[in-house]
Design a protein around this ligand. Structure first.
Ligand SMILES: Nc1ncnc2c1ncn2[C@@H]1O[C@H](COP(=O)(O)OP(=O)(O)OP(=O)(O)O)[C@@H](O)[C@H]1O
Ligand SMILES: [Mg+2]
Length: 488
C-alpha cells in the first residue's frame, strides 16, 4: 500500500488511520471547493451570456426602451392578477358551486333510496326539476360507458369528482366535455343507476373569461395612450439629435428648431443652440482677425514692392521681389485657409461631375486620370468647399504622379472617395505631419515646385467641417492613397 501510496504520491503519505481520515477529509473538502468554484464559474458564464443576449435583443432606441419600461410591469401585474384570480377566485367559486350541486344530488339519492316503493320515482324527479333545477332519470343497473378523456383544463372535473367522492361515496361517472349547456353525472345505486343532467352554469363559474377580456382590453387602451404620449415626449429628443448631427456635418439647422418638450430636453436644446452660436461667433472672429492681419501685411508688402520698383534693377532686387510675391501668395493661402468654408450652405452635389472636372487639367499636364464610382453620385455637401477639397487632393496627385485614379463609393449614408496615384507616396512617419499648415515635403525632396503647404490642411479642415475625415495610405498603384470619408 505504501509503495502504491508513494508511487501515486501527490498527497503526503498517511502515517496512521486518523491521519488518513483527515487527508481524505481535506481531499473531499478540496474537491467540494473545486466543484463549488466550477459551479460558480458556469453560473457567471450563464449570467453573462443572458445579459449579453438581453442587451442584444433589447431595442436600442429611447422609444422602444420606454415602451418596455411601461409594458413589462403591466404584463407582470396582469400575469400575477390573472394567476391569483384563476387560482383562488375561480377555483374556489367552482368548488363551492360543485359542492352545492353534489349536495342536491346526494339529497336526491337519499330520497330515492329511502322511498324505493315510489317505483316511477315521480316525487324525486319532481323535486329535482322544481327545487334543484336538475334533470334526472333512473336507469336499470348497467355498466357505465367508457370513461371520458380527462380534459386539459379540468378545474370543474376535479372539483366535481372530489365532491362526489366525499359526499356520496358511490361509483360515479361524469361527462363535462363539449360545450353543451348540461353536464352529465351517473351514479350507481344499489339496484339502479341515477343519471343527472346539471345545467353547466349551476356547477361552474363560467363567465370568468370576461374578466380577462376586460383586463386585456384595458391594457390595450392604456398602451395606446402611453404610446401617444411617449411619442410626443421623444420627438424633441430626436429633433435635438438630428440638429446636432446636421451641425456636426456643417449642414444648416432648420429655422423652426427651438427648445420643445420636457424641461430637461429644453435645457439641452438651449445649451446646444448656445454652443452653436458660440462656435459660429468664434469662427467669425477668427476669420475677421486673420483678414485684418493679412490686409495690414498686404499693405506693407505693396509698399515694399513700390519701393523695390524705385530701386535700380539688379539680381538682388529680383530675388527680393520674388520673395515679396511668395509672401503675398502665402498670405492669400493663409487667408483662404482661415476663411475656411464658413457660411456656405449645403446642397445636392454631383460628386462624379466634380471628379470629372479634373479631366482638362490631366490632359494639359499630360497625366493619366480616371474616375470610377458606385452608388448614387448625389450627396448633400457644401459645393465650393467640396470642390476645393477634391482639387487639393487631385492636383497634389497630378503634381507627384503620372497616373491618378479617383475611386468613389456611396453606400447607405457614407461617401468614401479615394485618390490613388503611382507617385513617390508619403512615408508612414510623415503622414501625420503633412496635414499641418505650411508643412511641405517637396522642399526636402528638392523639388522646385511652388506651394504653401496648406493644401492638405485645408482639405482636412473641409472634411472635418463636413463631419468626415481624411486618411493617408499606400495605394495599390504604388503611390499615395488619400481616403476621404464623409457622412452624408
Ligand atoms: N500625392 C502625393 N504624393 C506624394 N507626396 C504628396 C502628395 N500629396 C502631397 N504630398 C506631400 O505633402 C506635402 C503637403 O501637401 P500640401 O498639399 O499640404 O502642400 P503643397 O501641395 O506643397 O502646397 P499647396 O497645396 O498649398 O500648394 C507636399 O509638400 C508634398 O510633399
Ligand atoms: Mg497641395
Amino acid at each position: 500500500m505504501t509503495d502504491q501510496g508513494e508511487s501515486l504520491g501527490t498527497i503526503a503519505k498517511p502515517v496512521d488511520g486518523g491521519d488518513s481520515d483527515s487527508v481524505r477529509g481535506s481531499r473531499q473538502r478540496q474537491s467540494k471547493r473545486r466543484m463549488n468554484l466550477g459551479f460558480q464559474r458556469s453560473l457567471t458564464r450563464i449570467w453573462r451570456r443572458a445579459t449579453r443576449f438581453l442587451a442584444r435583443s433589447m431595442p436600442t432606441g429611447l422609444f422602444g426602451r420606454s415602451l418596455i419600461i411601461i409594458i413589462a410591469p403591466m404584463l407582470l401585474l396582469q400575469a400575477v392578477v390573472a394567476f391569483v384570480f384563476m387560482e383562488r377566485h375561480w377555483q374556489s367559486v367552482t368548488t363551492r358551486l360543485s359542492a352545492a350541486v353534489v349536495r342536491d344530488i346526494s339529497g336526491l339519492v337519499d330520497i330515492i333510496e329511502t322511498y324505493p316503493q315510489d317505483t316511477e320515482f315521480e316525487t324525486a324527479t319532481r323535486i329535482a326539476r322544481e327545487r334543484f333545477k336538475l334533470g334526472i332519470k333512473i336507469l336499470p343497473l348497467e355498466d357505465f360507458p367508457a370513461p371520458n378523456p380527462k380534459p386539459f383544463f379540468s378545474i370543474l372535473d376535479t372539483a366535481l369528482s372530489k365532491q362526489l367522492a366525499e359526499q356520496i361515496d358511490k361509483p360515479f361517472w361524469i361527462d363535462t366535455l363539449g360545450d353543451s349547456a348540461f353536464l352529465e353525472i351517473r351514479i350507481r345505486l344499489e339496484e339502479r343507476v341515477l343519471r343527472v343532467f346539471v345545467p353547466r352554469k349551476q356547477a361552474y363559474a363560467s363567465n370568468t373569461h370576461i374578466f380577462l377580456l376586460w383586463m386585456a382590453g384595458a391594457s390595450v387602451v392604456l398602451l395606446t395612450i402611453a404610446i401617444l404620449f411617449l411619442r410626443n415626449q421623444i420627438r424633441p429628443i430626436q429633433r435635438l439629435a438630428d440638429a446636432a448631427e446636421r451641425f456636426g456635418k456643417g449642414h444648416p439647422i432648420g429655422e423652426d428648431f427651438r427648445p420643445r418638450g420636457a424641461s430637461e430636453v429644453r435645457q439641452a436644446t438651449s445649451a446646444f443652440l448656445e454652443m452653436r452660436n458660440r462656435i459660429e461667433r468664434a469662427l467669425e472672429q477668427r476669420t475677421a482677425m486673420l483678414a485684418g492681419v493679412s490686409h495690414d501685411l498686404r499693405t506693407v508688402l505693396t509698399r515694399f514692392r513700390l519701393q523695390l520698383a524705385l530701386v535700380p534693377p539688379s539680381g538682388e532686387v529680383d530675388a527680393m521681389s520674388g520673395d515679396v510675391d511668395d509672401m503675398q501668395d502665402m498670405l492669400q493661402g493663409y487667408l483662404d485657409f482661415a476663411r475656411g468654408d464658413t457660411g456656405e450652405e449645403a446642397s445636392d452635389v454631383n460628386v462624379v461631375d466634380v471628379l470629372n472636372r479634373f479631366n482638362d487639367d490631366a490632359r494639359e499636364l499630360g497625366r493619366e486620370y480616371s474616375v470610377t464610382f458606385s452608388g448614387s453620385p448625389l450627396a448633400e455637401l457644401r459645393p465650393t468647399a467640396f470642390s476645393r477639397l477634391m482639387a487639393n487632393l487631385v492636383l497634389n496627385a497630378f503634381r507627384h504622379a503620372e497616373k491618378v485614379e479617383a475611386r468613389g463609393t456611396h453606400r447607405r449614408r457614407n461617401l468614401v472617395l479615394e485618390i490613388h496615384d503611382n507617385g513617390p507616396g508619403i512615408a508612414q512617419e510623415q503622414r501625420a505631419e503633412v496635414f499641418k499648415p505650411f508643412v511641405r515635403l517637396d522642399d526636402a525632396r528638392n523639388q522646385d515646385e511652388s506651394g504653401t503647404g496648406l493644401g492638405l490642411a485645408i482639405a482636412q479642415d473641409i472634411a472635418h467641417s463636413h463631419g468626415g475625415e481624411i486618411e493617408l495610405d499606400t495605394s495599390d498603384l504604388g503611390g499615395l492613397l488619400v481616403r476621404v470619408k464623409l457622412p452624408v
